[in-house]
Design a binder for this molecule. Structure first.
Ligand code: SF4
Length: 454
């Protein structure tokens, strides 16, 4: 790996090396998988759909179903109208989903296919739906694609009947199925009736039964998405991911929303629990109070190993903000805080989190690639890397302990089943971080200095 000067690093601003994001349709496909009996559909060439499915399957170790408009030269020149009409008919005839969720790709965006018109002119089978969103991949990232697909479902389906259902629309942000399960558990412990949308638990962590199910039991149902319009309020988790869909639901159906950070870390989870508590004027559930106390106990016990240690945090914007808050609570110094997703709002929020904890000498950057992070680390290394699988080569090259968290994690198993949100999720992260730091201490210790009792 080259060791460039800061000027040389800045000079290659038009080039991304080891990007810290992927393309919009990956997020759109993932959001659509969180809808029950939904077939995600990629309006573009087969290669895009293959890439998006493979990417998700490598992270979740589960099949990520999707169909494609299968563009060839003809569609690229004359438009993909005929392709999408044929595709929708074939998909309903052969795979029988309840809904098809179409997202575009670079190619269909570039030629300017008008998906709204195509879909409005379709003669759909009784009780079946087609929705769409635009996901041009030359702007934004998979996080924008996820939010855009949510917005597409809301635009097409959410409906205000005027008879409120008293429920809370809970938008989870871009999280693993294990996190979505944990959010439902927390809301249920607080006795708050809710609709989690989307919900990939039971889909991307479905159990092995011996029988293949194209549409597993999980996912937000179509009636639930329609009922979002009658919810009393929305709790939109992940300030940089969920605001857009929450705003669309508010504008369309007058459902007010409250924006909260992803509940990663003590204070962020407290904010969610207190918000749920205010909704029904109920005290926080005793079980959650116990989990919080256990988390604080472990953080205190192990703080000798965390305090003052520097860390580089990288990945998706809301996840990185949450992880940064957690490591600050642990007494660590998040020296580098980066995301590949563009948007200066990330930098502002990251700097605000750092300032709130009095952290100094730290650097936050959006639209950053891991090549640049690597260059920073060469000049000023840290004690720990915390982020996605793409930090693996850096960890090896610089011999830095590495904890995987976020999306994607391509080179490990089972991670998506374990939450990083809530008090339990934070406890899991604290254990992983402590283990990594203590492993390194053991590795470097002389035999006679190896401690068995801490
Ligand atoms: S062409 Fe565009 S949509 Fe297709 S895989 Fe590449 S970046 Fe994604």
């Amino acid at each position: 790996m080259l060791n460039l000067t800061p000027k040389e690093v800045a000079a290659r601003s038009g080039l991304r090396i080891n990007p810290c994001k992927t393309c919009q349709p990956v997020g759109a496909l993932y959001a659509a998988l969180g809808v029950h009996r939904c077939m995600p559909h990629s309006h573009g060439s087969q290669g895009c759909a293959s890439y998006h499915r493979t990417f998700l399957s490598r992270h979740f170790k589960e099949p990520a179903i999707a169909s494609t408009s299968s563009f060839t030269e003809g569609a690229s020149v004359f438009g993909g109208g005929s392709n999408i009409r044929t595709a929708v008919k074939n998909v309903f005839d052969i795979y029988n989903p309840d809904i098809i969720a179409v997202h575009t790709t670079c190619l269909s965006e570039t030629i300017g296919d008008d998906m709204g018109s195509y879909i409005s002119e379709m003669d759909l089978p009784e009780g079946k739906y087609v929705v769409h969103t635009n996901t041009p991949s030359y702007v934004g990232s998979h996080i924008d694609g996820f939010a855009n697909m949510m917005t597409g479902f809301i635009n097409y389906l959410a409906n205000k009947t005027g008879e409120g259902n008293g429920k809370t629309a809970l938008f989870p942000g871009f999280l693993n199925p294990g996190d979505m399960r944990e959010l439902r558990r927390i809301a249920s412990l607080m006795k708050v009736p809710h609709i989690l949308f989307p919900d990939t638990s039971g889909v991307m962590d479905a159990p092995m039964t011996g029988v293949y199910a194209m549409y597993p039991s999980g996912g937000t149902t179509i009636p639930e998405i329609i009922a979002l319009g009658d919810c009393a309020q929305t709790l939109a988790l992940g300030e940089l991911t969920s605001e857009e869909p929450a705003g669309v639901l508010e504008r369309k159906c007058k459902v007010p929303y409250k924006l909260l950070p992803l509940p990663i870390g003590v204070a962020n989870t407290d904010a969610l629990v207190m918000e749920l508590s205010h909704l029904l004027a109920e005290e926080p559930a005793a079980e959650l109070e116990e989990e919080r106390g256990q988390l604080l106990d472990v953080m205190l016990d192990a703080h000798f190993y965390h305090y003052g240690r520097s860390v580089a945090v990288f990945g998706d914007p809301d996840t990185v903000l949450g992880l940064t808050a957690l490591v600050l609570e642990m007494g660590m110094l998040p020296k580098y805080v980066v995301t590949g997703t563009p948007g200066e709002a990330f930098t502002r929020k990251a700097n605000a989190v750092l300032a709130a904890h009095g952290a100094q000498g730290c650097r936050a950057k959006a639209a950053c690639d891991l090549f640049e992070l690597h260059q920073w680390l060469k000049n000023e290394p840290v004690d720990l890397l915390l982020g996605t699988s793409y930090g693996k080569q850096i960890a090896k090259a610089e011999d830095i302990p590495f904890v995987r968290a976020g999306f994607p994690i391509l080179d490990r198993y089972a991670h998506s089943y374990f939450p990083i949100v809530g008090y339990r999720g934070a406890l899991h992260l604290v254990e992983k971080i402590s283990d990594a730091l203590m492993e390194r201490q053991d590795r470097d210790a002389a035999d006679e200095d190896l401690e068995l009792v801490m």
